[in-house]
Unconditional design. Structure first.
Length: 187
């Protein structure tokens, strides 16, 4: 009888230990998997901002009208996404912040290439719009342990952004240009 009680007690202890955490798969499919915090940031960059690196296709440039110019600079969110990432620190040991951000954008290139054939698109003209974006900010590095300190430095970062796009080419006849523009706008 003593051996039976010991074996039952031992089986109970093993089952409790296996279900509490000594067994890495004790919770079955509900076992938490450690995920680094920057994984969600990289997934957001990949899936939420798909159009940052895509080339838009615009209606043709019409004869007799002035050629289009690059008037829209890149938005601040796209510029900040193009900057190098902040160094990932350990809270209270080393942290880095960017404050007082000011952005100055200037157009470097605004030219339209001659017509050529692009696969999956057809004949089109490439409109080059290159921007130089200068970012002025204050970099703050701070630590709370073992020696508390805070260091603030003014920084300047330059980011070059290309906002190239394609203009379809419909030929020289106004009727063909109008029909392509009508097809693109859906009117």
């Amino acid at each position: 009888m003593g051996k039976f009680r010991k074996s039952i007690l031992l089986a109970g202890i093993v089952s409790i230990t296996a279900s509490l955490g000594c067994n890495p798969f004790g919770m079955g499919i509900f076992t938490p998997i450690p995920v680094p915090p920057w994984v969600t940031e990289r997934m957001e960059e990949k899936y939420c901002h798909k159009n940052d690196h895509r080339t838009p296709i615009l209606p043709p440039i019409r004869d007799g009208f002035p050629p289009p110019v690059c008037e829209d600079p890149p938005d601040e969110a796209a510029i900040l996404r193009a900057m190098p990432h902040v160094v990932r620190g350990v809270p209270y040991f080393y942290e880095e912040f960017r404050d007082d951000i000011q952005i100055v954008s200037e157009r470097l290139v605004d030219k339209i290439d001659p017509v050529r054939f692009f696969p999956l698109i057809g004949p089109a003209q490439l409109h080059h719009c290159h921007w130089k974006c200068t970012i002025y900010y204050t970099e703050t590095m701070e630590s709370g342990y073992p020696f508390p300190f805070q260091c603030r430095k003014p920084r300047v970062q330059v980011v070059y952004i290309d906002k190239d796009h394609l203009h379809l080419y419909a030929g020289t006849s106004p009727q063909a240009q109008e029909s392509v523009a009508r097809d693109l706008t859906g009117n």
